[in-house]
Design a protein around this ligand. Structure first.
Ligand SMILES: Nc1ncnc2c1ncn2[C@@H]1O[C@H](COP(=O)(O)OP(=O)(O)OP(=O)(O)O)[C@@H](O)[C@H]1O
Ligand SMILES: [Mg+2]
Length: 374
């Protein structure tokens, strides 16, 4: 079982934080964000002020993802009560994991599955946090009108000055104006969403006809993206214009999936769409792999579905198909109640419950993803 959350008040941190400011260069985009002529919105109660400069916390003992002991599978169900009312620290701090290699150029990954509720947003938030905890610069992009990624990172979509909606709709809004620092780590940036995104397809109808609307994200983010090691794009559960923008901006696709009955049913349509984008707007697009979410390894059904996915990728080996080199990433992400609780505190599981199975699984996944092509 997980340990209870850290109840130490922020004024008396358990681990002394020893920061050498010179050793932690400020990313260029943070400076651009500060100098952008944007008036900060009033901070809503309970939502941290994202404009406040935050110095990346450094812990004394980095943790190697592999050194984390595999804990037994937890069977907690979503909706289970939060742990014994334990207080969550008001200033989240990202733990320091063992360093991972930076890619030679930015890896742009779209997390996509048109099936809803399979773990896309949870994987974006926690894979992003784990990569940042390993010393990498990560930009997360919320392309979902539900704005779950934005909410999961402690931002209130209702009070944003600017969101990805403004970026895509207004020609004079730049990505540097929209990007926000995630509380607790300056290496983590987010382009947040708001619910206006739901209407963007009809608002951009004219530009869809000319083909301009499909490449808006790629064109408007090109300069900002260069300043990060990883860009993770959280796509909505559909194959509409927003997802097409994600697929056009990305070079790689990661498919979060639950190994359930019918899990593979929607994959055909998804892979058809990927093929279409590759043949048209984005020839560089490939499928890197599948992340198994909320995984119950001890069921026959899950093992059968995983075997089917592996067989599907195996058949494509050596072909020109976009998933010819795809893998089922290790480890699968176990069902873990801390992963379901963390978003309501506006935190990743790495800051909310750093010793939970959820944090351990995503730390290991970050290592698998970062070393797959490094
Ligand atoms: N490993 C896990 N253990 C427990 N709960 C999880 C896990 N992964 C995700 N969840 C929970 O499952 C629900 C769906 O996850 P998530 O929002 O990440 O899916 P999604 O694919 O982004 O959904 P949507 O298609 O609506 O965007 C959320 O309540 C989330 O907290
Ligand atoms: Mg989501």
């Amino acid at each position: 079982m997980d340990q209870p959350a850290d109840t130490t008040p922020p004024t008396a941190p358990m681990t002394p934080i020893d920061i050498d400011a010179d050793a932690v260069p400020e990313p260029a985009w943070v400076e651009q964000q500060r100098s952008a002529e944007v008036t900060p919105a009033p901070t809503p109660a309970g939502v941290p002020n994202q404009h406040a400069p935050v110095i990346p916390p450094i812990q004394a003992d980095p943790v190697e993802a592999d050194a984390l002991e595999a804990a037994p599978i937890e069977q907690a169900e979503p909706g289970e009560e939060a742990d014994d009312g334990a207080e969550v620290p008001s200033t989240p701090t990202l733990p320091t994991l063992g360093p991972l290699p930076a890619p030679p150029s930015t890896r742009q990954i779209a997390l996509i599955n048109q099936k809803g509720g399979v773990g896309k947003t949870t994987t974006t938030v926690n894979l992003g946090a784990a990569l940042a905890a390993s010393g990498l610069r990560v930009l997360m992009i919320d392309l979902d009108p539900q704005a779950h990624l934005t909410l999961s990172l402690g931002l209130d979509p209702e009070t944003l000055d600017l969101s990805i909606y403004d970026l895509l709709i207004e020609s004079d809004v730049s990505a540097a104006q929209v990007v926000r620092t995630v509380d607790g780590c300056e290496r983590l940036g987010v382009l947040p969403a708001d619910t206006n995104l739901a209407g963007i397809e009809s608002e951009l109808a004219e530009q869809v006809k000319t083909g301009l609307a499909q490449t808006l994200l790629r064109n408007k983010c090109a300069e900002l993206i260069e300043q990060f090691d990883y860009v993770l794009i959280d796509c909505p559960p559909s194959l509409g214009l927003l997802t097409i923008n994600g697929l056009t901006c990305a070079q790689e696709i990661v498919v979060p999936m639950q190994a359930h009955f019918l899990a593979l049913q929607g994959m055909g349509k998804l892979f058809e769409t990927i093929n279409m984008i590759r043949q048209g707007i984005n020839p560089a697009l490939t499928v890197s792999g599948v992340v198994l979410c909320m995984h119950e390894a001890n069921t026959i059904l899950a093992s059968d579905v995983v075997a089917d996915v592996e067989g599907f990728f195996e058949e494509a080996k050596g072909t020109a198909l976009p998933w010819a080199d795809a893998v089922v990433y290790q480890p699968p992400i176990r069902r873990n109640i801390k992963l379901a609780e963390a978003p309501s505190f506006g935190q990743s599981v790495l800051t909310y419950a750093s010793d939970s199975n959820g944090a351990k699984d995503y730390a290991r996944l970050a290592k698998s993803v970062a070393t797959a092509t490094a």
